[in-house]
Design a protein around this ligand. Sequence first.
Ligand SMILES: [Zn+2]
Length: 601
Amino acid sequence: MAETQKLPLRKEVPVDLTWDLSTVYQNDDQFEEDFSAVQAALPELKKMAGTLSKNADALLEATQRLLTVSRRLEKVYVYAQLKNDQDTSESRYQAMYARSQSLAAQFGAAVAWFDPELLTISDQQMTTFYQQQPKLKAYKRLYDQTFAKRAHILGHEVEEVLAGADDIFSSGEKTFGILDNTDLSFPTVTDENGQSVQLSQGVYSILLESTNRKVRKQAFEKLYEVYDQFQHTLAATLTTNVKNHNFKAHLRHYGSALEAALSANEIPVKVYDNLVSEVNRHLDLLHRYVALRKQILGVDDLHMYDLYTSLVGKESPKYTFDEAKKVALDALQVMGPEYVSHVKEEFSQRWIDVVENRYKRSGGYSSGTYDTNPFILLNWKDNLDNLYTLIHETGHSMHSYYASHHQPYQYGDYSIFVAEIASTTNENILTDYLLDKFKDDPEMKRYVLNYYLDGFKGTVFRQTQFAEFEQYIHEQDAKGQPLTATFLDDYYRQLNQKYYGQSVISDPQISLEWSRIPHFYYNFYVYQYATGFAAASTLADNIVHGDQNNVDKYLNYLKSGSSDTPINVMRKAGVDMTKSDYLEKAFEIFEKRLNEFEALF
Ligand SMILES: [Zn+2]
């Protein structure tokens, strides 16, 4: 908190460390022009309702006009959002952002008729339309994504009830959010410096990394004392959420809630099942890692609160922003000169908002749209973690750049399933690069390996543990099993024991972990972190140790945007995510690096 006082004001930040949003709109007046143009177009879009199935030309016109407005709206939205994020205290941009959000909602309402009307067109009629108006073929995949839902769309009246009751259906998630973010009050605990700090989810994760064991233990125990008191309420909110998914999946004729959730992103259930079974087959590697952790920490008993503290001391290797850019460029040479030239553009043309200033949004992200640069927000600190953040967000931005430069607007974005692959491939390339660079420097090597192993544990193992839990509770509810707190506690403890093995004491508190994880309300979302990281391990390995062909395939994936299904897009990169090879390969790399790490102690 004390640090807030020292942060510069936005206007004090050197211009070359800020992003150049004048490349989006030269000034706010230009933003207002586009804003008004979008607003004025909405009644026209609404008026087209009822014209869609008339003939091929009507369908083409409606599609193109909708996309034109959508494209302009995205630019408006991104400008306001980035302006607001750079200094959230500025009321001018707060208002611009709020207006843009409302405009987006109005756009949604104005075109809500489009999908239901499209669904009234039969496959046969579409075939005729494509013949009559060949320009429609440019939008075929867009239409097909809606047609794929045809078998799961219900009668008009049922759909209306479902849409109207959406607020009620999501009450489990909402109640959890309010309880967790607002109503739960946490006690104060003592930090490393002997100071009293107010516990929160954010403070908890920092304290759990403390090198002082007493600090970790106290944070762990105090946090779970709070969740323990509310576990029955939290079992009820989670149950409501699970029942919501199961009820709708059944109503819409899906085999399971899992199938319903995955099909929304065109992902076969096999991808999920493969992940869970392959991770289970390789749990011995996690057990080995945990045993090694116990040995390095030199404790008689390893507890769940000992799993996040660093194994290589506290001080991170230091990288200034300029040094980090150099390292990133060097590491990414393996992507070839064209990719590197775009990264140079990112670094030199002010795509990045680098340093922290007062009231700037925290964290880091890559954001932009079809007609803007893929900007990056950072809150730079001189350490290894931030070097990884820079190369991660650069991966996203390059993906956006390639997709928007090689696809028409309608396919210039990409699905969430493939998004984290581009960013973590870059991270894995960096790991490879650093391990090679420091091959004769055991201290640095230890640091990099520790970073990688921790990342793999947290992303592949832990997220799959969550995925397994999510699947199990949905299946149990579907069978009629009440999801009581006791039932959830028991299963979670067993699952946790299975994942971490015998070297760690499964403290009773960990049974409650399910009760505080917001991701269990995201409807089968977390597995993508695990599949993404595993695919990225394979791809990075292919790029670093393979030939030009591997790089070309990888760039084809980036260039594909959303022009094909996520599974097909990844096939272009050379990874078949319906099979298990890519997971096997990821575990092979993990094992190799675990061996190297072990040898260094
Ligand atoms: Zn990311």
